[in-house]
Design a protein. Structure first.
Length: 298
């Protein structure tokens, strides 16, 4: 944790923060982002000193926030890894291809820009009226894994935040019939790379405030955003309405993802319901759950 007395002294500790607002509100936002990212990296064991991270940039508000906060932590000596920023230009019509390389060069951020026309593949393969997201993300992920290997990176770092994880949970609940979300840390199928989401504790609204305050050159995703009726947008609208009616609801729901009780769900693969019996008169199921013994799995 950062010291409470540490108000992030110095206006320009890294070029990514040149021109940062001097308001108290922004300084609190900046400090909160740094603390939340550091908490996530510690809680989920993301950092191995000497590793090399491929930090993936779409040009959106979330990836700019991720890049800036990681570089601030590294600048402070709190992130002992090498950072390589990467943008995968997927060939969307009208994509401003010079924005990110110009920005990263101006900021002095080591980077790689990769061009792969996955847009044409997606448009060709996905039937009319269907959403592009699934195929687009698979193609993007495959290219990012390849780039990470070519660059000697140990981890692929993504800009998904708390709200993305909540939306994914509800999409799986409503449409996939399972309780699952984006994990903050996972190992890829080949077992040679970790995928990290350091913004796991960060609210989307804070990413938006930060990127807007810093006036970063945000690039909208017209490929996905131009399609109406996306399930994710419907879930986002639902969560927005809940948050409007009961402020703080998103944070409570996210805490629930970190407070799972297998014995109070109905998955026999996670908890041994068949073998659950009182061992002696007066022993209850609650006693068994609260004991120090790990339930026997089938």
């Amino acid at each position: 944790m950062l010291d409470d007395s540490d108000d992030l002294p110095g206006d320009d500790i890294h070029p990514l923060f040149h021109g940062a607002p001097k308001s108290t509100e922004f300084r609190k936002l900046r400090k909160r982002l740094v603390q939340q990212v550091r908490e996530a990296t510690e809680a989920f064991g993301m950092i191995r000193p000497g590793d090399k991270w491929l930090v993936c940039l779409s040009g959106g508000k979330d990836s700019y926030t991720l890049l800036a906060v990681l570089h601030e932590l590294k600048w402070r000596g709190l992130l002992p890894v090498e950072l390589l920023a990467c943008n995968l230009d997927q060939g969307q019509p009208g994509f401003p291809a010079t924005v990110l390389p110009d920005f990263l060069t101006r900021m002095g951020v080591p980077h790689r820009i990769e061009y792969q026309d996955t847009y044409s593949i997606v448009v060709d393969k996905v039937p009319q009226g269907r959403t592009y997201c699934s195929l687009c993300s698979r193609l993007r992920r495959g290219n990012l894994y390849r780039i990470a290997r070519e660059e000697g990176c140990t981890s692929v770092v993504l800009g998904h935040h708390r709200d993305d994880m909540l939306e994914t949970f509800f999409m799986n609940l409503f449409h996939g019939g399972r309780l699952a979300t984006m994990p903050p840390k996972l190992v890829n199928e080949d077992g040679d790379l970790t995928v990290l989401r350091p913004l796991a504790f960060v609210a989307e609204a804070d990413c938006e405030k930060f990127a807007r305050a810093m006036d970063y050159p945000v690039i909208p995703c017209d490929l996905c955003g131009s399609q109406d009726g996306l399930q994710r947008m419907q879930v986002k609208a639902l969560l927005d309405e809940w948050e409007k009616r009961t402020p703080g609801r998103r944070n409570v729901m996210f805490k629930a993802l970190m407070n799972v009780r297998p014995s109070h769900l109905v998955d026999p693969k996670l908890f041994d319901f068949i073998g659950l019996w009182p061992e002696a008169p007066g022993t209850s199921a609650a006693d068994a759950e609260n004991s120090n013994e790990i339930p026997r799995l089938r």
